[in-house]
Design a protein. Structure first.
Length: 434
């Protein structure tokens, strides 16, 4: 099939490349000339494991192309995916749909022949109706169907998530669109992921409900971790103990510094706003959003406490800045709140991240960026592990301790075992463990 992917960011690029890898002919479009220029030179603008090789292979096979020419790509395409950003709107937290609507207008002008327009971006319930209205108004002659196909990939595991999904949700009431979408995902038949057809509004809501539910699991285990600390229990054991119940499941029960990233925070907030608008408030999700905001701020207090109650004039090292491992994405990363709070309290912050420092630099102008974890530990009165990168799992703790001004280790991802850290002479604190 001929596919145009509008927006070549984390989702558009991964989806477009994977569709090309399935055998479809894909044009990845972006209005950002720098981004398309880089892609044409073979430079991948984001860090996502395995993406560079997949892009290269599909460019070579000529199934994949990159362009800023939306009109030409859309005119050729049987299916047009909208994968542009839907960030939180400044001020009120609703999803900002201006990019979606602008893209829909651009697409409308360029459609030729029957075209399925698919929102892959995460959009509030009812957005598909508006996209349909925009296209119909701009092009009363156009033959098209608008459907919703929300994306469930995770950054850092995006390619395997896309190629081996638990389910593919398609929201449409149009028989032709249903056929086309079945054909788009037919190459996945071997893996037999359920292609789950629902109405468009339900599909849009499934996406928000899924992200908010997962965020709720994370917020739940984080609060449970706080209780464990007070009562002398081990949250890792509690998580394992409840996760063995198949009704609960073991995933998304790792306690940490609070959920971040480009989606959980913004999507939970947008769902809260949608629900309030429809007089059906989601009190649980509201509590999750509030608890997570509090948690991110509370992480800096832990570091201050480990330093004896004050960090004024002290050097603090942070290992990991990205919102989770295997990504360079800094959007809503807990490290941002931690750095701000530490600097407000008078600390000098040093930091190291294997992939996210380029994105972090403009957000954290007063942080000293380091060459490696040992450089980061040098002269620090406390070292906090904020992101669970593999390269932090087997550090030479003897060397780390010898470089630090004081042996305070604050492990916000429970990477180390308390006994091991203490054996190396650290004053060690972690999340939800005695
Ligand atoms: P992103 O900001 O990385 O990428 C969006 C891209 O769209 C940008 O490169 C931008 O230049 C481009 N763009 C905007 N308007 C355009 C237009 N009119 N024409 C051409 N290009 C245009 O965003 P993202 O992280 O890929 O997220 C995209 C959507 O997918 C969001 O709704 C998000 O919630 C959803 N989503 C994201 C993830 C994820 O892991 N990042 C996962 C699932 C769903
Ligand atoms: C999340 C969802 O998992 C994807 O299904 C969805 O497609 C995506 O949002 C989206 O809509 O963009 P992502 O944000 O890439 O994916 O990352 P996750 O692995 O879900 O982690 C989100 C946050 O929760 C991270 O800050 C992570 O550290 C935190 N987390 C996650 C925990 O603290 N504990 C856990 O057990 C799991």
């Amino acid at each position: 099939m001929k596919i145009a992917m509008i927006g070549s960011g984390y989702v558009g690029l991964v989806s477009g490349v994977c569709f090309a890898d399935f055998g479809h002919q894909v044009a990845c479009v972006d209005k950002d000339e720098g981004r398309i220029g880089a892609l044409l030179r073979g430079e991948i603008p984001i860090f996502e494991p395995g993406l560079d090789a997949l892009v290269e292979a599909n460019l070579r096979s000529r199934r994949l192309s990159f362009t800023t020419d939306l009109a030409a790509a859309v005119a050729e395409a049987e299916v047009v995916f909208l994968a542009v950003g839907t960030p939180s709107r400044r001020g009120d937290g609703f999803a900002d749909l201006s990019y979606i609507y602008a893209a829909a207008r651009d697409v409308a002008r360029a459609i030729k022949g029957f075209t399925v327009v698919v929102t892959k971006s995460t959009v509030p319930v009812g957005t598909g109706d508006e996209v349909e209205r925009i296209i119909a108004e701009a092009r009363p002659d156009a033959e098209f169907a608008v459907c919703s196909n929300p994306e469930f990939l995770r950054e850092g595991a995006a390619i395997s998530d896309f190629k081996l999904p638990d389910r593919i949700v398609v929201g449409t009431g149009d028989a032709r669109a249903r056929e086309v979408m079945s054909e788009v995902y037919r190459p996945l038949n071997l893996n037999q992921p359920p292609l789950y057809f629902v109405d468009r509004r339900s599909a849009e809501l499934i996406k928000y409900a899924a992200n908010s539910f997962l965020a709720t699991k994370v917020a739940f285990i984080n609060e449970m971790a706080d209780l464990c600390e007070k009562v002398g229990a081990d949250v890792q054991d509690v998580a394992r103990g409840i996760g063995m119940d198949k009704r609960i499941g073991p995933k998304f029960l790792h306690p940490g510094p609070g959920f971040g990233g480009s989606c959980f925070p913004k999507d939970a907030l947008a769902l809260v706003k949608t629900a309030q608008d429809h007089d059906a408030p989601l009190h649980i999700v509201e509590a999750v959003v509030a608890a997570n905001d509090r948690r991110k701020r509370a992480m800096a207090k832990r570091i201050v406490a480990a330093c004896g109650g004050s960090v004024r004039g002290k050097t603090i090292g942070l290992l990991g800045l990205a919102f989770k491992l295997n990504t360079d994405d800094m959007r809503d990363a807990p490290s941002i709140s931690i750095v701000t709070a530490l600097q407000d309290a008078g600390a000098k912050v040093r930091a190291y991240d294997p992939k996210a420092m380029t994105q972090a630099r403009p957000i954290m102008p007063d942080v000293t960026f380091c060459d490696d974890p040992y450089d980061c530990a040098t002269g620090a009165e406390a070292l906090a592990m904020v992101t669970e990168w593999d390269e932090f799992r087997a550090l030479d703790l003897t060397r780390i301790k010898s470089l630090m001004a004081a042996p305070n280790l604050i492990d916000l991802r429970n990477i180390y075992r308390p006994a091991d850290a203490r054996k190396h002479g650290f004053s060690y604190s972690s999340i939800g463990r005695p």
